[in-house]
Design a protein around this ligand. Structure first.
Ligand SMILES: Nc1ncnc2c1ncn2[C@@H]1O[C@H](COP(=O)(O)OP(=O)(O)OP(=O)(O)O)[C@@H](O)[C@H]1O
Length: 311
């Protein structure tokens, strides 16, 4: 546990990081409260990994203030590394090293490590302990990388897309582990593209785009901030929605989102639901799977960051 619990686990203010003419991070602020999970979401190239790498002490900021466990990662990297765990994007073990050997090597650098054999077992890797890194499957490499990040009993863990490429069983195992870390008071900074992952794990979500924060809050705050819900139903494709639009109050968006899936978006009250079902009845259409729900985190994300692909 941190000897300075009055500090946030991570504090970033006005962070700027350039690679030549590319501005990867452009005045980013975030705070990770001790013992909580923060999810950094953003399109490809938004600056998430760069932000994490500056916090981990692997890259130097061009401007801004960064404090990790109360320390400056650029100056106090050695002291910091003993207290943090890092799971980088895409593994990164030596090709010839055996799985258990790698974990034992990492454990040997820590003052009070977990038992590597126990951790291999928790992560379902006992049977491949003697397998060279290069012969592990992608998912096994990911899990070994997570084991390496956790074996030193860190106070703060950086997980860069920890479940990318994992099968559903392994993904749920990682989610359980993150929840267990949080329950033990460990702080977690997680980057992810999976909205359900952020919703399931994070106390606080920070959405970044082009190196800046575009929104932040708890998943519930982000999805209920606006008085907006979505009514969806399935019916035969290509329905003419003109009369439905005319019957509904102004300001509601009505469209067929994908073939045979219809969306009414805005303030959905009982009268709106009644209007939609009456219209369906007049059309002789059975509205299947009719649901009324708040916006999902993915809706919020797409609204804030747009739908166009990033380079
Ligand atoms: N080592 C580097 N040299 C030059 N440019 C880089 C380097 N690393 C990242 N960039 C650029 O900086 C920007 C931010 O990249 P970064 O990897 O931080 O984004 P990201 O949000 O983690 O993206 P992704 O979701 O694809 O992992 C991108 O434009 C990227 O091309």
């Amino acid at each position: 546990m941190s000897p300075h619990p009055q500090h946030p686990a991570v504090e970033v203010s006005g962070l700027v990081k350039r690679y030549g003419s590319t501005v990867a991070v452009n005045g980013l602020d975030l705070t990770l409260a001790t013992g909580t999970v923060l999810a950094l979401l953003g399109p490809n190239g938004a600056g998430k990994t760069t932000t994490a790498e500056v916090c981990e002490g692997f890259r130097r900021a061009d401007a801004g203030l960064v404090r990790v466990l109360g320390l400056d990662p650029a100056r106090d990297g050695d002291r910091l590394r003993a207290r943090i765990g890092v799971m980088p994007q895409g593994g990164g073990g030596y090709p010839g090293v055996r799985a258990a050997e790698l974990l034992r090597l990492v454990a040997a650098c820590a003052a009070n490590p977990h038992d590597p054999a126990w951790l291999l077992d928790v992560l379902g890797l006992s049977s491949v302990g003697r397998t060279p890194y290069k012969r592990l499957s992608g998912g096994q490499q990911q899990r070994l990388s997570l084991a390496c990040a956790l074996v030193g009993r860190p106070e703060l863990v950086f997980l860069d897309e920890p479940t990318a490429g994992l099968d559903p069983q392994a993904r749920h195992l990682v989610w359980d582990l993150v929840a267990a870390l949080r329950a033990d008071g460990v702080s977690v900074l997680l980057t992810t593209h999976l909205m359900d992952e952020a919703e399931a794990l994070a106390d606080h979500v920070v959405i970044v785009d082009a190196g800046r924060v575009v929104a932040q809050g708890s998943p519930a705050e982000l999805t209920t901030r606006h008085d907006e819900q979505q009514l969806r139903f399935r019916a035969r494709p290509g329905l003419d929605l003109t009369l439905l639009r005319a019957a509904l109050p102004e300001g509601l968006e009505v469209r067929e989102t994908t073939r045979g899936t219809y969306l009414v978006r805005g303030t959905i009250d009982p009268q709106v639901v009644s209007t939609v079902t009456s219209w369906c009845a007049q059309q002789g259409v059975l509205a299947e799977e009719l649901t009324v729900a708040k916006r999902s985190l993915e809706d919020v994300f797409l609204e804030l960051t747009g739908r166009e692909l990033r380079s």
